[in-house]
Structures are given as structure tokens and as C-alpha cells.
Design a protein. Structure first.
Ligand code: SAH
Length: 227
């Protein structure tokens, strides 16, 4: 898989994309993540990528030309399955969308900044608009990092224990059961007996019940979706 991220502040993406599981996934060749600095595609001396909005609103708007030039250059090099714009008015991001994106070959994520981007980019270039929640960020970089992180960890081989991504919260529309590690007794607080029993059928049953009960208590809306 290849993920191209377009930003006017690429520094914001450096750390989140280059540590831990994301770093190892790139080293193993499971994913190629390429961050592009949009300023490299501005042609004036000041490397301008934004301009005043028509109609006299406050704030600056990202210009069409550098974005079209860069994305059309990328499209001439390979096919892209999705050209994503991070936007508070997009579809709300969730695990189903992460699963879907993780099966694609090449995607572009365009990060907005300032007041947003010229609407013609959204109309004529973007194929998917994604919001990470009902709040407003200063730029799309953190949203792009979240999307990339959640997608890459789903690529087979990215996480050591193959199974572990499948047993996470939301994978079957249920929250994950509690997990424990040693010591079995910490300050008198004991790990549930069943987990120490060695009886795997019982352990599985306990996990399923816990997942169901926690979902019922914390996120009943997920159960409604299931039914
Ligand atoms: N004026 C715009 C917000 C601009 S915020 C509006 O009201 O819709 C600047 C940029 O941050 C946006 O273009 C978008 O790329 C990013 N952004 C802000 N909030 C976001 C969210 N909840 N999810 C994804 N991207 C977001």
C-alpha cells in the first residue's frame, strides 16, 4: 500500500508517522508513506499556497493551482483508489472506514489548513471527505495521522500478533474485553480467576460476555446497530 499525504506543515506529521508500529511497517515494506510539502508546488517567490477568500470572509483559503499540479503529477505516476480530504463536514471516520481503506492500493490524503480549501478542489479532485469528529482542528495533519495510523495497523504483518487487530474494539461492533498482565494480585486487586484457569473455552466465553456487557453499558448504540 502507498499513502501520499499533502500538507503545508509537513513537520506536524514527522513524529506520528515514524515511530513504533508505523515505522516498522514502513521498514518491512508493508506500506510506503510519502509526505509532500505543498509549498514546493507554489510558483511565486514567497511559495504562496493560500489567498484571500472571495466575498470578504475572514481567514485564508488554500489555492487550486498547487493542489491540482501535485495531485495530477501523482496520478500520472500511478492509479489512486481514493483521494481523501480531511474535513469537519466529511463522513465521520470509524473502524469500518479504516478496514475499507486498509484494503486499497494507493491513496492520497490532502490536509486542509487555514479557513479550508477552494471548493473546486473538493468538487473536481477529491473522492472522499473524512471527518475525525465533530470538532474543528487547526489543520488536517492530525486527522491524516489518525487515519494513517489506524489503517496501517490493519495491514497483515504490521502488528506482531496477527490476530490482535481483529480482536480490537469495534471490529465486530463490540468493545474489547478488559485485559490484564502480571502480577495476578496487585495491592489485593485480583485478576479474574477464569483468566488463570487455563480453560480456553471458559476464557473465550468470559471474553465474549465481557465484551457484550461493556458494550451494553458504555455504547448501547453499537448493539442497536448489530441488531
Ligand atoms: N472553516 C472550516 C474549518 C477549517 S479548519 C470549516 O468550518 O469547515 C482547517 C482544516 O483542518 C480543514 O480544512 C480540515 O482539513 C482540517 N480539519 C479541521 N477539523 C477537522 C476534523 N474534525 N476532521 C478532519 N479534518 C479537520
Amino acid at each position: 500500500m502507498r499513502i501520499d499525504i499533502i500538507s503545508v506543515v509537513p513537520e506536524l506529521l514527522e513524529s506520528p508517522l515514524n515511530q513504533s508500529i508505523l515505522r516498522r511497517a514502513q521498514e518491512k515494506g508493508l506500506v510506503e508513506i510519502v509526505v509532500h510539502n505543498l509549498h514546493d508546488y507554489a510558483h511565486d517567490k514567497r511559495k504562496t499556497t493560500d489567498d484571500y477568500p472571495f466575498g470578504g470572509e475572514a481567514g485564508m483559503v488554500m489555492k487550486c493551482e498547487p493542489v491540482f499540479e501535485l495531485i495530477e503529477k501523482l496520478q500520472s505516476e500511478r492509479d489512486y483508489d481514493e483521494i481523501i480530504f480531511t474535513s469537519p463536514d466529511g463522513i465521520t471516520y470509524d473502524q469500518h472506514e479504516a478496514n475499507r481503506l486498509s484494503t486499497l492500493g494507493n491513496i492520497i490524503i490532502l490536509c486542509g489548513h487555514y479557513k479550508g480549501i477552494d471548493f473546486r478542489i473538493r468538487e473536481h479532485l477529491i473522492t472522499r471527505e473524512i471527518s475525525i469528529g465533530d470538532y474543528v482542528l487547526t489543520g488536517g495533519e492530525l486527522a491524516a495521522a489518525i487515519i494513517t495510523d489506524s489503517v496501517v495497523r490493519l495491514i497483515p504483518g504490521a502488528i506482531g500478533d496477527e490476530e490482535s487487530a481483529l480482536t480490537d474494539c469495534f471490529q465486530d461492533d463490540l468493545l474489547a474485553p478488559p485485559v490484564y498482565t502480571r502480577p495476578a494480585d496487585f495491592r489485593g486487586w485480583k485478576v479474574p480467576d477464569v483468566l488463570l484457569s487455563g480453560n480456553f473455552a471458559e476464557i473465550e466465553k468470559w471474553k465474549e460476555t465481557q465484551a457484550y456487557e461493556r458494550t451494553k453499558q458504555l455504547r448501547p448504540d453499537l448493539l442497536e446497530k448489530l441488531e
